[in-house]
Ligand binder design. Structure first.
Ligand SMILES: [Zn+2]
Length: 265
């Protein structure tokens, strides 16, 4: 059996792009060499124990174009969500506007509560541990988002003859932007993180769920639901595609405290 290092040495001669982050994995049950491009774009070369390093290198070299295409696609599609630090001046998008975070000690004289947003684009929050600032900012997204859906959802209730619909804004994890829960809940729910997206995408998520709330016959995303959606939002397919792209970069609550800078003693 050949050690992975021998394969890596043979592959080094190919001068492969460093961003491929090529790894070699010996796979005892394999009969022939395989290549796997992982989510995010790393490349794993899967080799049977008896393979010769030169053979494996030739195989990889012959598949260079295929790997290039797969790595490009994997990098293009990989989620790349925003990570916040909760430091002064950091930018937050809320309902289509951009705010700069300003951490304050104590409540400003004019303010009833924190956090708050001002028309000139400041998001004030109490200075405290980052995870607590995070919770406060998410709470603000929920509060502002709920007021928005309750207001904007109304026109669809009227037009779609939806009776006594409830609204909730909360965390829906990393895969869903919205949900409609049928009777007895009869609730349109939006992820708080939706409100960090451009306004036209927030509208799409709301209208998508409101179309479910009309309880059209057939499958959840079937023809009747699509007809309703097209009536309310003729360009919904375009917005859905934009959401798929923008959603990969959206802030879902991730945060990383700023590392203290290195100091000489
Ligand atoms: Zn749906």
């Amino acid at each position: 059996m050949t050690a992975p290092d021998a394969f890596l040495a043979a592959l080094a001669d190919l001068d492969l792009p460093p961003e491929w982050r090529v790894e070699v994995a010996i796979r005892p049950r394999r009969r022939c060499t395989g290549i796997q491009v992982n989510p995010g774009g790393g490349v794993a070369v899967l080799v049977p124990p008896a393979a010769a390093p030169e053979q494996v290198a030739r195989f990889v070299g012959n598949h260079r174009r295929w790997i290039t295409e797969k790595v490009d696609a994997a990098r293009r599609l990989a989620p790349d969500h925003a990570v916040k630090e909760f430091v002064d001046g950091e930018e937050f998008d809320l309902l289509g506007r951009r705010y700069r975070l300003q951490l304050v000690d104590g409540l400003p004289a004019s303010a009833a509560q924190l956090p708050l947003i001002t028309p000139d684009g400041v998001l004030s929050a109490q200075r405290q541990r980052p995870e607590l600032v995070r919770g406060a900012v998410i709470g603000l997204y929920q509060q502002v988002g709920l007021a928005w859906v309750e207001r904007e959802g109304r026109q669809y209730e009227l037009d779609g003859r939806i009776d006594s619909l409830d609204y909730v804004v909360r965390d829906l994890g990393r895969r869903r932007w919205g949900a409609y829960y049928g009777p007895p809940k009869h609730t349109t729910t939006l992820h708080w993180a939706v409100f960090g997206l451009p306004l036209r995408l927030i509208e799409y998520v709301l209208v998508h769920e409101q179309a479910h709330a009309t309880q059209p016959p057939g499958q959840a995303h079937g023809p009747a639901w699509q007809r309703r959606l097209s009536l309310w939002m003729p360009d919904w397919k375009q917005r859905k595609a934009e959401l798929d792209e923008a959603g990969r970069h959206a802030w879902l609550g991730d945060y990383q405290p700023r590392q203290p800078s290195a100091q000489m003693s």
